[in-house]
Design a protein around this ligand. Structure first.
Ligand SMILES: [Zn+2]
Length: 255
């Protein structure tokens, strides 16, 4: 019975995550353009046709209409269902790993914000300030939930990576690291706590270096690197497995 309930909850979170993913698509489109993302109906980018509810069922509408606008037949980017599916999967894994706690409910929108930041950073090399503020606010909520016992860890998380990066930012005149990356590590650090923030950063940099070198070799991508997606990936891995990873590493050092 309990197992059934758990599966039902995870399916519910998957579906909710897919629906939230639709909204993420709107944010990805409208934030860089400086458009209002609260009001204004979604419409076809080619013909302007206003989408109805059955045009906007996550993933399924895209599959059903063969990735085309129902009115004009213009191709609709695969990115839409991909974002919806990604958010659904990441929400489900997070819920399964982090368990039924209030803290988990705060982590889900953090994960979504990290997805939006990743796509926008890849496209524009900018991380919108508002999204960092949003993650920071969630971090504040997680910090308050953690109580006095975790207070120092969360405050430490805010500074431990962002402060050295900020100094690097100042010394290099913003060439070595982007201001958005510095703020992202502060905001996400408040969510993660000290140890997990360090883990997130190391994992993110490792992924960034490896994947970027491969892309430069294989795809001939320029040397300019959007660090946001890698820091986001590192942060999500730290949310899932940060504590065991940090403990494993401390054990390795004999601490
Ligand atoms: Zn159309």
């Amino acid at each position: 019975m309990e197992m059934m309930l758990e599966i039902f909850i995870l399916i519910f979170i998957f579906v909710t995550g897919a629906c939230a993913g639709s909204f993420l698509n709107v944010l990805i489109l409208r934030i860089p353009a400086g458009e209002n993302f609260v009001t204004g109906r979604s419409h076809c980018m080619s013909c302007g046709y206003t989408l109805t509810w059955y045009d906007m069922i996550p993933v399924l509408s895209w599959l059903f209409y063969g990735g085309k606008c129902r009115k004009c037949g213009a191709k609709i980017s695969f990115q839409y269902p991909l974002i919806e599916l990604t958010n659904a999967v990441l929400w489900t894994v997070t819920a399964a790993v982090c368990g039924p706690e209030l803290r988990t409910l705060i982590l889900l929108p953090v994960i979504s914000a990290l997805i939006v930041i990743s796509v926008i950073d890849i496209r524009t090399f900018e991380i919108p300030f508002g999204l960092n503020v949003f993650i920071g606010s969630c971090g504040l909520a997680v910090t308050i939930l953690g109580g006095r016992a975790e207070l120092l860890s969360h405050l430490g998380g805010f500074f431990i990576i962002s402060l050295p990066l900020f100094i690097l930012f100042l010394i290099s005149g913003g060439n070595a690291i982007g201001g958005g990356d510095v703020k992202l590590m502060a905001a996400v650090g408040l969510v993660l706590g000290t140890g997990n923030t360090v883990a997130a950063f190391i994992i993110g940099c490792f992924l960034g270096v490896v994947i970027h070198l491969v892309r430069m070799k294989v795809q001939g991508t320029g040397s300019r690197l959007a660090l946001g997606p890698y820091l986001a990936a590192g942060s999500i891995i730290a949310i899932w497995a940060g504590n065991p990873l940090v403990n494993w590493y401390l054990n390795l050092l004999g601490l």
